[in-house]
Write a new protein. Structure first.
Length: 336
């Protein structure tokens, strides 16, 4: 059984309630239909019931009837969620009027359902930008205790089995923090190790990427990566991590041993931590599109409940896989 198949089997064995705020979006509806048909999760679709049912009928989707459909404009818990939002954001100037309008926004409503215990996880982003998906999640769900920074990782299924874990690598941060400082970058490395361990089930070997390997260049951007590597080791002394490393030194054994002799990670990395969002987001899309890799994510790490984003360029299969991953995260969080 391959990795995605085992993630799907775990989701089936302990069905979670996953809310899809983009309930009227075509790829989302098709993915929801498959999820329901295969019994992977209980699905909550947000949107107007009549238009969802009409669209499903036009598309020949026969399983949408098994979903719970909630209309953000008129739902029974509107007052309860409005009060909850005011309570959570009262120190940020949230008024009842503002909250009662925000609870009609599917992206806010989905987070409030999770916060209130009415859903276990959310996946959105086929239609909405990452910023719009993330903002309500950061405001309402917030970070896990002890974690300051939410970041986004991609599980990359590459065509190059000689690299990473039989071709599988984790890339981060590809989605959230535009310009992390050294401490934030260290925190991204620690969260990425946890994601690799919990979802891919292999020991993470983390390379902190740069345009320099072990002092080959001298620049403040290189200093940041070096400092982040040291801080990550302090945050978790068991981490297998090294930096700063260039991508070739991180991945290719012969280059790793010549540029970073003695490194336990060079040439063997399976987690690549990029120095900024610019490099991470561009990097994953290049490997996905030019290298024909399957990019599953962004899996958000460090959030107190499983909320995940999608690329607006996602396929039905991407949404289907991300629902299963979100369900696995929910199962993991309930166990801890
Ligand atoms: C994530 C993002 C939306 C947050 O920025 P923002 O909307 O300006 O929001 P703010 O900085 O005002 O922060 C809003 C809240 O989130 C928190 N926050 C912001 N970034 C955070 C992070 N990475 N981790 C944890 N909390 C974070 C803030 O502390 C703030 O909390 P508060 O309101 O309770 O005080 C923004 O950084 C962003 O757009 N990032 C890039 C996303 C993107 O386009 N990615 C590429 C495609 S995947
Ligand atoms: C993750 C990502 O890059 O999302 P989008 O393509 O929607 O901007």
């Amino acid at each position: 059984m391959n990795l995605l198949e085992s993630i799907i089997e775990r989701a089936k064995a302990d069905k979670q309630r996953i809310v899809l705020p983009e309930g009227t979006e075509e790829r989302t509806l098709r993915a929801a239909d498959l999820i329901l048909s295969n019994g992977i999760a209980d699905i909550i679709l947000l949107g107007d019931e009549q238009s969802i049912k009409e669209s499903a009928k036009k598309m020949g989707l026969n399983n949408i009837d098994k979903a719970t459909i909630v209309n953000p404009k008129e739902h029974t818990k509107k007052k309860e969620y409005t009060d909850l939002l005011v309570e959570i954001r009262k120190n940020k100037g949230m008024t009842f009027e503002k909250a009662s309008s925000l609870v009609e926004d599917p992206l806010y409503l989905a987070c409030l359902m999770i916060k209130n215990g009415d859903a276990d996880g959310e996946i959105a982003g086929a239609q909405n930008t990452t910023g719009d998906v993330l903002r309500p999640a950061l405001q309402i769900i917030k970070t896990l205790p002890g974690v300051k920074v939410v970041s986004g990782a991609f599980i990359m299924f590459t065509q190059t089995p000689q690299y990473g874990e039989n071709g599988i690598l984790l890339f981060a941060d590809c989605a959230v923090m535009p310009n992390p400082n050294a401490e934030e970058l260290a925190s991204i490395a620690v969260s990425s190790a946890k994601t690799m361990q919990s979802l891919v089930n292999v020991e993470p070997r983390i390379a902190m990427l740069s345009f320099s390997t072990k002092g080959s260049a001298d620049h403040e951007m290189v200093d940041k990566v070096r400092e982040a590597t040291d801080l990550a080791k302090k945050m978790d002394s068991n981490l297998l991590i090294d930096g700063e490393l260039q991508a070739d030194a991180a991945l290719v054994p012969s280059v790793g041993s010549s540029k970073a002799p003695g490194s336990l990670i060079a040439g063997k990395a399976n987690v690549l931590v990029f120095p900024s969002l610019e490099s991470g987001n561009i990097g994953y899309k290049l490997v996905q599109r030019l290298g024909n890799a399957q990019a599953v994510g962004p899996v958000l790490q460090g959030m107190a409940a499983p909320i995940n984003d999608l690329s607006r360029g996602c396929s039905v299969e991407d949404i289907y896989n991300m629902v299963a991953i979100t369900a696995n995260q929910a199962i993991g969080l309930k166990k801890n």
